[in-house]
Design a protein around this ligand. Structure first.
Ligand code: DLZ
Length: 156
């Protein structure tokens, strides 16, 4: 099987944060839509889905940190789209956002999902954010699975 398989997940007791960048919104809007759909399909209540928008992917770890501290969410999904251009921006931002998300995972007790496309072309990004291959859905399910794991560990 290519990709991730998920069991049935019950998110009815969960509060999930989504940090979403507006840079390349033609990619991040459909990612957000599918991510929310996955949460709703798994019984997360609409009012327990908190979305913070930021200008670009570099700002995602800050927004995720705020969702954790101010909204007490059980998991965060960071949604962004980096498309390689002619300068070094892509490399620096990809490195920074990856490090930022990794730090939050290790330093807070809340899982943060890496929902950032890092593509070489627009076509690659479109392929991964539209139709049946829209990655937003599995990132939403990943958030629920990890939030449930986090809660289980807390109860032990
Ligand atoms: C500046 C920049 C560039 C060149 N490319 C992207 C991109 O492909 N994807 C993305 O999400 N953001 C990009 N940004 C914006 C940065 O993430 C950030 O918002 C600005 O540098 C301000 O901190």
């Amino acid at each position: 099987m290519k990709g991730i398989e998920f069991k049935n997940l019950d998110g009815s007791d969960l509060k999930i944060g989504i940090a979403k960048s507006r840079w390349n919104s033609f990619i991040t809007d459909p990612l957000l839509e599918k991510c929310k759909q996955a949460l709703l399909d798994s019984n997360v209540k609409e009012e327990n889905i908190i979305v913070y928008e930021v200008p670009g992917s570099y700002e995602l770890p800050f927004a995720a940190s705020k969702l954790i501290k101010k909204q007490q969410v059980d998991a965060v999904v960071c949604l962004g789209s980096l498309i390689k251009g002619e300068t070094m921006h892509f490399e620096y931002i990809a490195e920074a956002v990856t490090q930022g998300i990794t730090r939050l995972n290790l330093e807070t007790d809340i899982p943060v999902i890496f929902g950032v496309l890092t593509c070489l072309t627009e076509e690659q990004a479109i392929e991964r954010s539209s139709g049946k291959k829209n990655n937003g859905y599995e990132w939403g399910l990943s958030a629920i699975e990890m939030a449930l794991l986090g809660k289980m560990q807390k109860d032990l």
